[in-house]
Ligand binder design. Structure first.
Ligand SMILES: NC(=O)CC[C@H](N)C(=O)O
Length: 363
């Protein structure tokens, strides 16, 4: 039974009172919400949540506990976790610990016993905002501090791999640029036989091309894509030289590299059931999403890019391709984890693209 008080203090002065669980520290960050009913472990270990406090709108979190197989990274960097109820006695044959113990081990504070649906409604109407999770009872100064605090811009640098490494496979050679990648991108490529070399976010195009890859994959990652200047430059210099496939932040970087614009959304898309239309087939895919920025569709004219997928909820751009070069990307997550597998086929399309290019180059 949790009894010790903890508070979630929002930039607009609202205070939610709840109970302390997980790590024991004060933590500030951007307060966002995720509507997934399952997959809390994958969500919390997704590095795209770096510096963010995740509110789960679904009311019971952690009932299957945490296991050793479903981590998207071994060093999660979300700032905090907000739940209505944190299950203290998980039941699942794979569970190795509770959510509370997992968060304690990673020093990520949590607050439970708050009305997460009301927080979600607040963010939907007011937009994402800064918040702090604290055990202090006096909040006036904290609100003032929050209102003047500015966000860091170095998230990708902090979470990217420091040196290259290989996850071997017998097939196509893929260089995966790590902006804060989800492990399931590596697993999905390996499952199709790809040999994956993971490289740091600031690796140059020349260094990548020297590895003679059949294709380059641009990963998901935290923060504002405009802050990842090294990434934009590398992508610019790779387009037309090697097949490219981008996911989420990687997709935004392709847009920026071609001259399109990105913008910060009011409250983003975070959940496991976002409907997206594939404009070529008019088929609807139910997708896993986690993004707060998006490519501005109106800025795509004369970039050489065209829209391939759109979000059915708000008509934002969800997928693009280059009309001349073998380059495509999606704003959502074909690697799922957590979420549905409708768009897993995109990894297959990337492999096909690499095969076609190889054949064309050998002809
Ligand atoms: N999952 C991601 O790659 C997110 C991309 C970017 N940080 C955004 O919030 O839009």
């Amino acid at each position: 039974m949790l009894t010790e008080k903890r508070y979630l203090v929002l930039e607009d002065g609202t205070v939610y009172e709840g109970y302390r669980f997980g790590g024991d520290r004060t933590a500030e960050g951007e307060l966002v919400f995720n509507t997934s009913m399952t997959g809390a472990q994958e969500i919390i270990t997704d590095l795209s949540y770096t510096d963010q406090i995740i509110t789960f709108s679904y009311p019971l979190i952690g009932n299957t506990g945490v296991n050793t197989e479903d981590n998207e990274t071994l060093l999660p960097s979300a700032r905090g976790v907000v739940v209505r109820e944190a299950c203290s006695e998980p039941s699942n044959f794979r569970a190795s610990e509770s959510l509370d113990s997992f968060l304690k081990r990673h020093d990520i504070p949590g607050i439970s016993g708050v009305d997460t649906r009301s927080i979600t409604r607040k963010i939907r109407s007011g937009g994402v905002m800064k918040a702090v999770m604290t055990d202090e009872e006096n909040h006036e100064e904290l609100v003032e501090l929050l209102q003047t605090a500015s966000f860091r811009t170095d998230q990708v640098k902090r979470v990217s791999t420091k040196s290259p490494y290989i996850s071997t496979g017998p097939g196509n050679r893929v260089v995966l640029i790590d902006y804060g990648k989800k492990e399931n991108i590596v697993r999905s490529l390996n499952a199709l036989g790809c040999d994956v070399t993971v490289v740091p976010y600031n690796t140059s195009a020349a260094d990548i091309l020297r590895m003679r890859p059949d294709g380059v994959m641009l990963s998901n990652g935290p923060g504002n894509p405009e802050d990842v200047e090294a990434g934009i430059k590398t992508v610019k210099n790779l387009i037309g030289k090697v097949p490219l496939f981008g996911i989420c932040l990687g997709h935004q970087l392709i847009g920026l590299a071609c001259g399109a614009k990105t913008f910060k959304m009011k409250f983003g898309h975070r959940g496991s059931n976002h409907p997206v239309m594939n404009l070529k087939t008019t088929k609807v895919e139910i997708t896993a999403q986690n993004h707060g920025f998006a490519i501005d569709g109106d800025s795509l004219a004369s970039t050489g890019l065209e829209i391939t997928h759109t979000a059915l909820n708000d008509k934002t751009v969800e997928g693009i391709r280059h009309v001349k070069h073998p380059v495509f990307s999606v704003q959502y997550h074909p690697e799922a984890s957590a979420g549905p597998h409708d768009s897993e086929y995109l990894f297959g399309e990337f492999v096909k693209m690499m095969e076609i290019e190889k054949e064309a180059n050998n002809a």
